[in-house]
Design a protein around this ligand. Structure first.
Ligand SMILES: Nc1ncnc2c1ncn2[C@@H]1O[C@H](COP(=O)(O)OP(=O)(O)OP(=O)(O)O)[C@@H](O)[C@H]1O
Length: 308
């Protein structure tokens, strides 16, 4: 579905995407995970055939977006990061008008609109104006709009950014269903939980390059340990900076990370690590054992958290 080799994007002297290789296969959910400014949106815009590539090679649906832009775009569904719904139209008309842009016959669009409203659970809002919808509903409407042409490939740029937890789960549920229906999904996100929930395979991007690639599980297995013991210390005694505390527990795990508010000790058995911390007379105010996540992978590979 997507084949990119050495793909680059520059804005003047600034190189936002520095030669990345990406392959997306039919039917998979593929993610670009990375913090703000990693180059995810720039990549997505090239894939959507709306931004010319600055270098390398890119084929979308076995076509060249530079020469076959309209043909590529006709087979894509695009859910952009910003809300681009038409506020002067009703929910139903937003879909109807968009469907007509693709040259679909009226009758066919009408049936498709009803089907999509049902799918994104907005049938009851069909005649409401867009401004009267919640953020989550608007996002679902944008997803419905991106599906109007029955796309082979659906591109979603940060599909749940700005939504509250419940609204995010509803969007995830819909995307999950699309995946089950065999739609190829390509999404960008800076939420590691979103990447873990939805993506079969993903690349971790930072500063325009790909720093890791694989399934969420493979990435975690390759770049992190099974468990993580989180230690939060209260007001520390003189000399007990986080760095000093980190040294005192360094041998308890395979690796220790120092964050502004806590220490992360990576190892096989988090409970055992915490027991040993106590044995040494160190008394963290709060402890937590959890499994490793993609956030830990990112931290390992870049020395920063995704939120940073
Ligand atoms: N049109 C543009 N002109 C100049 N610089 C740009 C342009 N678009 C993006 N950039 C720069 O390219 C870099 C990558 O931006 P991009 O939007 O691709 O990142 P991102 O990973 O999608 O981040 P975000 O989550 O903030 O969208 C940033 O430093 C950004 O400032």
């Amino acid at each position: 579905m997507i084949h990119a080799r050495g793909l680059r994007k520059s804005f003047g002297d600034f190189e936002a995407v520095k030669g990345i290789d990406v392959t997306v296969r039919r039917g998979e959910a593929f993610g670009f995970l990375g913090p703000n400014g990693a180059g995810k949106s720039s990549t997505m815009r090239m894939i959507a055939a709306v931004s010319p590539i600055s270098g390398g090679e890119l084929r979308i649906l076995d076509m060249d977006p530079a020469n076959d832009g309209p043909a590529v775009r006709a087979r894509l569904g695009v859910c952009p990061q910003e809300d681009t719904l038409d506020t002067e139209l009703t929910v139903r008309d937003n879909l109807f008008v968009y469907g007509r842009y693709f040259g679909l016959p009226r009758k066919e669009v009408r049936a498709r609109v009803d089907e999509l409203l049902e799918f994104v659970q907005l049938t009851e809002k069909a005649d409401a104006m867009v401004d009267d919808l919640s953020g989550g509903m608007k996002r679902r409407l944008t997803i419905a709009r991106s599906l109007i042409n029955g796309p082979d490939l659906l591109l979603l740029d940060e599909p749940t950014t700005g939504l509250d937890p419940q609204a995010r789960h509803v969007v995830w549920d819909r995307l999950f269903r699309l995946k089950q229906q065999g739609v190829t999904l390509v999404l960008t996100t800076h939420y590691m939980d979103e990447a873990e929930q939805l993506c079969d395979r993903l690349v971790v991007m930072d500063k325009g390059v790909i720093v890791a690639e694989g399934s969420p599980l493979e990435l975690i297995r390759t770049h992190s340990t099974r468990e993580v013991a989180e230690l939060r210390f209260g007001v520390s005694r003189e000399g007990d900076t986080h760095e000093a505390l980190a040294e005192k527990v360094a041998d308890l795990g395979e690796r220790v990370e120092v964050l502004p508010d806590r220490l992360l000790v990576y190892g096989h058995d988090g409970e055992e690590i915490i027991a040993k911390v106590h044995e040494r007379g160190l008394e963290p105010a709060v402890t937590l054992v959890r499994r490793s996540t993609l956030e830990d992978v990112f931290l390992r590979l870049t020395g920063r958290t995704l939120v940073d």
